[in-house]
Design a protein around this ligand. Sequence first.
Ligand SMILES: NC(=O)c1ccc[n+]([C@@H]2O[C@H](COP(=O)([O-])OP(=O)(O)OC[C@H]3O[C@@H](n4cnc5c(N)ncnc54)[C@H](OP(=O)(O)O)[C@@H]3O)[C@@H](O)[C@H]2O)c1
Length: 391
Amino acid sequence: MKLTVLGATGSVGASTLDVVRRHPDRYQVVALTGNTRIDVLEQQCREHRPQYAVVGDAGSALELRRRFASQQIATEVLYGREALATVASLPEVDAVMAAIVGVAGLAPTLSAARAGKRILLANKEALVMAGPIFMDEVARGGGDLLPIDSEHNAVFQALPRCCAGSKPPGVRRILLTASGGPFLTRAACDLEAVTVEQAVAHPNWSMGKKISVDSATMMNKGLEVIEAHWLFGLPADAIDVVIHPQSVIHSMVEYVDGSILAQLGNPDMRIPIAHALAWPERIDSGVPALDLFKVAQLDFQAPDFHRFPCLALAYQALRAGGDRAAVLNAANEVAVDAFLQGKIRFLHISQIVESTLTKLEARSVSTLDEVFEVDASAHAVASAYVGSLLS
Ligand SMILES: NC(=O)c1ccc[n+]([C@@H]2O[C@H](COP(=O)([O-])OP(=O)(O)OC[C@H]3O[C@@H](n4cnc5c(N)ncnc54)[C@H](OP(=O)(O)O)[C@@H]3O)[C@@H](O)[C@H]2O)c1
């Protein structure tokens, strides 16, 4: 199988290449993309020898070409948005790992969908911002869509095989598990002063910074509820969140006969990645088997929507439809970025998202251009709020 890895230099990208490395007879890397971390991309290209590497700008491309020339690496270096879309739709590529973080991942992932590639979808923002457009393109392109988010991959594994996006027969509801993040047991009043270091220190998973903060606010779970709605064709009322601090059950499907099917495993992204790469077969992911005796206990509790208002905001956005999820996502991107830069406090994140949703009047969106318009407006409104906090 020939692969493009979008976002190769990130956490999911690195885990993907780790699985690929274990199966040299099965997978061949055609293109790797990064944005700013060209040292990482250089090392990955040295190992996997792809035909193409894509970076964010002309300066990085020049530097990477210079390094490749001195090492006799034949990889062609491209840069920019168009290049991302190109390597996501190359005729010789069979599957595309969509692991660019944020809105930047939307266009290349759509390009892969249009070209009918097998999409290994880690970039949840594509579905959150443009769910119906994205699912339409996947259906038209005719490729497989396999979820990489561990929760959605678990649901996919626990569902009967059926078409993406349509309500699976016999399913009563989906139970998305959530670790609760690093602040699960903190009192609401103690959340005011938490630091960036504390927020990105996830108790069970090692991930990029943006998604780690999203886990701490539980916005990540909210985005996943929206993602599940589009992937599995279920309404908000049939998608519940269950706090499960051990992160051993990655999600569950409840059927009308009372059965609940769960997928369990160590919290390591190589499991869903290996599953999606090999589907419908199975391959070694490099992850040790789960030791049930060590786990010993599985705990569950209901989410606290009061302490984690981002989760409630995401449910509201899903129920309201139209542009609300795109506004939620854009405002959250701005807020998390400002938090990571030390400009705002942790509790400002939900305030910025809520205020942006209130300030921008709801509208319908049916084209990608409209999605990008909404994204730009929400970025502007949320950025202005950040600015007002600084002054
Ligand atoms: N990490 C996980 O365990 C996990 C689990 C489930 C889902 N996800 C989802 O998977 C996606 C990736 O997450 P991650 O944790 O791997 O993120 P990450 O470690 O921050 O990596 C993000 C990747 O995107 C690239 N990138 C960032 N901005 C870009 C831009 N403007 N143009 C092109 N490329 C850009 C980065 O390039 P540089 O690093 O070179 O700048 C990097 O390769 C996210 O949507 C996340 O929600 C992640």
